[in-house]
Design a protein around this ligand. Structure first.
Ligand code: NAD
Ligand code: UFG
Length: 334
């Protein structure tokens, strides 16, 4: 099966490329390299033994996309490409709608023109908004109370995919709602290497440990949680990558939706403690006020993916921390 990964040089896409290549899938990657580096392709080759064909194309470049699909002969697309900085999306909403929603429409048009009718989409737990409960299941109503344009783009794209599935009986779309991806490949060769100042917890912890950021600001310790700090479902990126393989092996006509998470919540201070234990170093932090739009506690109910995709997470927070520290060592040596 020939699979196109949009955004495939990025954090989650590159790990998924490796899992697919290991199983003998033919993989091609497109990316505009806005938030990733071309050298990721060499790292993928080092790990998986195959260097995927690469197109430096922007989702918004209709001509470039058309040319790629004309050459490609793809059976399936895994659509990772998108902008994901929540804070920037509040400042530049049009950029986010244009890139994420507009880009997806261009992609779907190409797929239709070239007869590719299977897509897996990178969605997010953010589409659930505030449900008033911590454990989230796929059938909950989505799209209410999303607090930023980035999250809105994920919801809108989910709705577009549902509409296309309604209109075209042969269309197969699997929406994967990721919880909080963390960790790196155990080889230490690939991981999350954001070009900009990050706003997610794990990349910030990484930059505090390297001294690029002075200390972690813990956003609030007065939530109704185990220790007052925010609780999330952190999923190792290799488990997440394997979730994509499980999803493409069980594609079916219409829309399928799965949470990809561990089912367990971990607090910010528990993450700090886990990092300190794995690194043997103190991680400087201070408690500051709550961050606008944050929820106290959310985690996945991953039961549907386990039942229907025969997939569940195998790796732990400790694995994620060890792999992150190993990856940081490799980054330093480069
Ligand atoms: P990433 O930034 O590492 O990868 C996304 C890739 O898409 C980047 O390489 C970027 O250059 C590329 N890209 C962006 N716009 C493009 C365009 N117009 N044309 C071509 N390429 C483009 O991010 P990631 O963490 O690997 O996330 C992958 C997907 O998963 C994204 O859609 C993201 O929104 C979603 N997601 C991520 C998280 C997370 O916390 N990492 C959580 C939920 C969902
Ligand atoms: N946190 C801090 N300090 C920081 C950064 C984060 O205390 O500097 C806390 C947050 O308050 C939260 C937890 O760490 O309690 C995780 O925060 P992240 O920003 O890493 O993750 P979120 O769950 O807030 O949001 C992430 C992505 C969204 C995505 C959502 C659900 O940023 O894009 O997960 O998938 F939509």
């Amino acid at each position: 099966m020939k699979v196109l990964l949009t955004g495939g040089t990025g954090y989650i896409g590159s790990h998924t490329a490796i899992e697919l290549l290991k199983l003998g899938y033919e993989v091609e990657i497109m990316d505009n390299l806005f938030n990733s580096k071309i050298t990721v392709l060499d790292r993928i080759e080092e790990i998986a033994g195959v260097k995927p064909k690469f197109y430096k194309v922007d989702l918004l470049d209709k001509e470039g996309m058309d040319k790629m699909f004309a050459e490609g002969g793809y059976d399936l697309v895994i659509h990772f490409a998108g902008l994901k900085a929540v804070g920037e999306s509040v400042e530049k909403p049009l950029k986010y709608y244009e890139n994420n929603v507009g880009g997806t429409i261009n992609l779907l048009e190409c797929m239709k023109k070239y007869g590719v009718n299977k897509i897996v989409f990178s969605s997010s737990a953010t589409v659930y908004g505030d449900q008033g409960v911590a454990e989230l299941t796929e059938e909950m109503q989505t799209g209410v109370g999303i607090t930023n344009p980035y999250g809105e783009t994920k919801h809108v794209i989910e709705e577009i995919l549902k509409d296309v599935a309604e209109a075209e009986p042969e269309f197969e779309a699997t929406i994967l709602r990721y919880f909080n991806p963390v960790g790196a490949h155990p080889s230490g060769l690939i991981g999350e290497d954001p070009n900009d100042i990050p706003n997610n917890l794990m990349p910030i912890i990484m930059k505090v440990s390297t001294g690029e950021i002075e200390k972690l600001k813990v956003y609030g310790n007065d939530y109704d949680t185990v220790d007052g700090t925010g609780v999330r479902d952190y999923i190792h990126v290799v488990d997440l990558a394997k979730g994509h393989v499980a999803a493409i092996e069980k594609m079916k006509p219409g829309i399928s939706i799965f949470n990809l998470g561990t089912g367990k919540g971990t607090s910010v201070l528990e993450m700090v403690a886990a990092f300190e234990k794995a690194s043997g170093e103190k991680l400087p932090y201070e408690i500051v006020g709550r961050r606008a739009g944050d929820l106290a506690e959310i985690y996945a109910n991953p039961g549907k993916a386990e039942k229907e995709l025969s997939w569940k997470t195998e790796l732990t927070i400790e694995d994620a921390m060890n792999d992150t520290i190993n990856y940081l060592k490799h980054l330093k040596e480069k």
